[in-house]
Design a protein around this ligand. Sequence first.
Ligand SMILES: [Zn+2]
Length: 169
Amino acid sequence: MTDPVSSSTGGMRPGTAVHTLALHLHLQHQMPLGELAPYFRALAAGRALATRCTVCGRSWFAPRLACPDHGPRTQWHELPGHGRLVAVTQTQTSLPFNDNISASHGFALVAMAGADNLCFARLAPALHAAQPGQPLWISRAAGVWPHPAQAAEFVGRAEDRVVLPLPER
Ligand SMILES: [Zn+2]
């Protein structure tokens, strides 16, 4: 085990030692999901819950709680769950709240069927060679995830899609 106590000049004038101690802190925070709770619950189940303006009929996924033209007259509705890849990037990174485990990830913009906007998506590991135009399905990712937004991933075949029942509210 290495000694957690270290000394350096710490930016002080030369010859002045600054003694530090490396601490690893773990914080627990109850994050409210607010009015977007239905969206996040659906993501954790591998489902795409969108909002639709009851006046103009436009639909958004990720959802908007208010139409830019008609205000908060929106209703929740579930999309079929498939879409097309618009743009993709590959990168080596760690996901938030994931203990800095670095891995190769594919992130994409997806045009979901039934939505008028694009959504941000994390691609399943098997899709790292995905190209624009490719069909995609939202799916529940295997494993335990610290945030429901991370529990959803996009797969390249309908038969690979994992959809769970929506939990009770
Ligand atoms: Zn509207």
